[in-house]
Design a protein around this ligand. Structure first.
Ligand SMILES: [Zn+2]
Length: 264
């Protein structure tokens, strides 16, 4: 067995043992954000998005929303995966939730800087279609990530990854609970869930990822996300779901704002 194989097996084993080292909203959350954004594109941006989706062989923003996470389990993308692993989140140093770039996003290695960079490439008409399409694929994902409150939580517990909890009789961590079970407690398929959220539109013209991350941090601080005890029960999921759904709606609207601005 090659060294690469060994590593891949080790990683697979680690993921089985610690599924808790979570990367993002689960796939459904990212698809919902993408779907909500696509509905709100103006006609010019929509045409441009269609064109760039074609370059990627995709048909909708939801189709590409999880690529940035999925490619991480592809051995052929190991280098890229390593180079981008810090771009899915930003960890704040303390509960003031102030975005201090040199301290929390050194060398542009965080979700806020990644969104800014990819938005610039997307809006650059002199860039190739391929690089603009790839920028779009990252943007759709990272804007979702920036709205998962624990992707902009505290460094001290790695955005809830180190905050152990029990869920359904098993060990888990708070970050993982926020990636999927909170939204999944609605018990709808992602497209039905997105349609339901679409009926509660949001007016928000923000296009600043820095403000989004600070807001996510404040939600992780003030939203009651850290449970009293260590057990995640149904009441906790019911209490948190409106917060998560609001973040999905915001992410969808703001992703649309960002794309409309970059593509018009
Ligand atoms: Zn991610």
């Amino acid at each position: 067995m090659t060294r690469g194989h060994c590593r891949a097996r080790l990683l697979a084993m680690l993921l089985i043992l610690f599924p808790a080292i979570a990367l993002a909203w689960g796939p459904s959350g990212h698809r919902m954000v993408a779907q909500l954004a696509e509905e709100r594109l103006d006609s010019r941006s929509h045409a441009e998005v269609r064109h760039l989706l074609g370059v990627l062989g995709a048909r909708s923003l939801a189709d590409i929303a999880n690529w940035a996470d999925e490619m991480r389990s592809d051995p052929a993308q190991r280098e890229l995966s390593r180079a981008t692993s810090r771009l899915h989140f930003v960890n704040f140093t303390d509960s003031r939730c102030t975005y201090d770039a040199p301290r929390i996003c050194a060398n542009g290695q965080c979700v806020v800087a990644a969104i800014q960079r990819h938005a610039a490439v997307l809006g650059d008409r002199s860039a190739t279609d391929r690089s603009r399409a790839e920028a779009l694929r990252y943007l759709v994902h990272f804007v979702g990530d920036a709205h998962q409150p624990l992707h902009a939580g505290y460094r001290s517990d790695r955005g809830g990854n180190n905050h152990q909890v029990r869920f359904n009789g098993k060990g888990s961590n708070l970050h993982a609970i926020w990636d999927s079970p909170v939204l999944a407690s609605r018990r709808l398929r992602w497209n039905d869930h997105a349609r339901r959220l679409e009926r509660q539109p949001l007016s928000d013209n923000s296009t600043d990822p820095l403000a989004w991350a600070e807001q996510s941090c404040r939600i992780s601080r003030d939203g009651g996300l850290y449970p009293q005890g260590r057990t995640i029960d149904k009441a906790y999921l019911e209490r948190m779901r409106p917060i998560a759904e609001r973040q999905i709606r915001r992410a969808g609207k703001r992703l649309a704002n960002l794309l409309n601005r970059a593509l018009d």
